[in-house]
Design a protein around this ligand. Sequence first.
Ligand SMILES: [Fe+2]
Length: 295
Amino acid sequence: MRGKAKVKKYLARQKEKYQKLEAEKKKEFDQERLINPYSDTRILNQPKNPQKPIKKILAGIDIGVGELLLAKELGNIDLIISHHPHGQALASLDDVMQLQAEVLAQYGVPINVAEGLLKPRISEVSRLISPANHNRVVDAAKLLGFGFVCIHTPADNLVADFLDKKIKKAQPEYISDVLKLLKEISEYKEAIKIGVGPRLFAGDEENRCGQIAITEITGGTEGSPKIYKKMAQAGIGTIIGMHMSEEHKKEAEAAHINVIVAGHMSSDSIGMNLFLNQLAKQSIKIIPCAGLIRR
Ligand SMILES: [Fe+2]
């Protein structure tokens, strides 16, 4: 979403910050941050035998202890991939939210406004996730000896990019055109079958889209509810998101922004499929579970 150059710059900045730290603080610093720009994406547990080639992967949107036991039952699973983060990746989910400010800036929201509104929300999210039982599933993976990784923001970036390109190519004029376009995508087609297809949360199918923004697909979790007024001022007419809370929906509506909620598991599946397809090309068998619509 930001491009390679910005990611490189971000990593260089982390390194600079690390080097300036006092020895005591350096000990606490998460070294992974120097090479991995996505705090919510990690190797959570090494497999029993890290040298063993990966032939079969169990992949899901939400991996719980249940799915780990399922993997044991299925047998011969070499690696388990969760989309939503666990362990340390969940504890630092708030870190990736910085990306939202950069994406908003690409759509014309001044970076100072985007950052100013996001900052208190990021610290709120960090407090909200603090009481979670972060390592519960990681602990189970350790006991069972499963290799366990989670891939969150990179997969969400893939789906955001995928939707962005589709929208730019089709240039839809009305909200109904956007919905039609989304409903042609296979993951959303499958979602429609179980009653969770793309739907309009705010606005009207007869409304014109104006500028369409893919601002609520990636960047950890929901941003600030105060952003919608600023988005409208920046010229955004329609948002495509994965999910949206009532509070955010009301604020978007008040700012006359149309909101299309494409669907949560289905949108996450698009991103994960784009990634997993690359693994499948290397003759790795992917077994989908826990909400992953595989195509
Ligand atoms: Fe998600």
